[in-house]
Ligand binder design. Structure first.
Ligand code: CP
Ligand code: NVA
Length: 303
């Protein structure tokens, strides 16, 4: 059986993603009922973090323990990666020792390189271009609260960043319409927009963008690695803040999501996370359950 990776949402078919979300919901229910599922007994996940993380690290590590296995945290500071060992060599070596590799890094191409040289599944835990694991949790959260996303309209407000790119791929895989609302100069790659022109539209005015939509999602204005642009971005994104007043223009039963960490007073108003429409804590918690379903899908099938 050939190895499967999860570098973007298109590495799984829409049917596989659908089953994965249902499995995540089932694993969550079983976990909350105190039942133990250990399909990954004695399996090991290596976790390479070249950027900071709270949710991703804890959810993958806790998830592996709950599934009967274990996880090893690796940072460039304490590994040979930080001293220039090529990513290809790292992929080959780790493949000899562990059952899957999770990576949070800058360059998506570096991740692809590692996957090409790895004989065990590689999982994208965020690159500059994509954050597919977050989308699994976001979709699970929507399904739990409102049912399928199929045929719904979602608005992405803010930077055309890794999260936005993953929402674009999600629109295709989960069959919804996506409105992207960003200031000029912060659009996602034109090629990605063209490729998804049948379901993604660019709307400049936030009020128009959220009109009657079913889900509004946003993210920080300056991502990890863009710290020096923070002041300029703060100026450029003024007017793109999500607030309860903006949410009032969305559909009556609209939800608000944010992958977190959030910056109150910037991309969201101070009171946005306390609004009933915000489901961000459930969304963060679902990182655990969705990734457990992903780990099981990628690792348990290898026997
Ligand atoms: N949302 C998310 O990926 O959070 P962390 O950066 O804390 O992992
Ligand atoms: N766009 C953000 C997401 C953090 C989870 C970043 O890349 O820093």
């Amino acid at each position: 059986m050939s190895v499967r990776h999860f570098l973007t949402l298109t590495d799984l078919s829409p049917q596989e993603l659908e089953r994965l979300i249902q499995r995540a919901i089932e694993l969550k229910r079983r976990h909350q009922a105190g039942l133990i599922d250990e399909p990954l007994k004695n399996k090991v996940l290596a976790m390479i973090f070249e950027k900071s993380s709270t949710r991703t690290r804890v959810s993958f590590e806790a998830g592996m323990i709950q599934l009967g296995g274990g996880a090893i945290f690796l940072s460039p500071r304490d590994t040979q990666l930080g001293r220039g060992e090529p990513i290809e060599d790292t992929g080959r070596v780790l493949s000899e020792m562990v059952d899957a590799i999770m990576v949070r890094t800058y360059s998506h191409q570096e991740l692809e390189k590692l996957a090409a040289y790895s004989s065990v599944p590689v999982i994208n835990a965020l690159t500059d271009d994509y954050h597919p694991c977050q989308l699994l949790a976001d979709v699970q959260t929507f399904v739990e609260n409102r049912g399928s996303l199929q045929g719904k309209t979602v608005t992405w407000i803010g930077d055309g960043n890794n999260m936005c790119n993953s929402y674009i791929k999600a629109a295709r895989q989960f069959d919804f319409q996506l409105r992207i609302c960003c200031p000029e100069g912060y659009e996602p790659a034109a090629s990605l927009l063209e490729e998804h022109a049948d379901r993604v539209t660019l709307v400049r005015d936030p009020r128009e963008a959220v009109d009657q939509v079913h889900l509004v999602s946003t993210d920080v204005w300056a991502s990890m690695g863009q710290e020096e642009e923070q002041a300029k971005r703060k100026r450029d994104f003024a007017g793109y803040q999500v607030s309860p007043a903006l949410m009032n223009l969305a559909a009556k039963d609209a939800l608000f999501m944010h992958c977190l960490p959030a910056h109150r007073g910037e991309e969201i108003s101070h009171d946005m996370l306390d609004d009933d429409r915000a489901v961000v804590w459930q969304e963060a918690g679902n990182r655990l359950h969705a990734q457990k379903a992903l780990l099981e899908f990628l690792m348990a099938r290898r026997g």
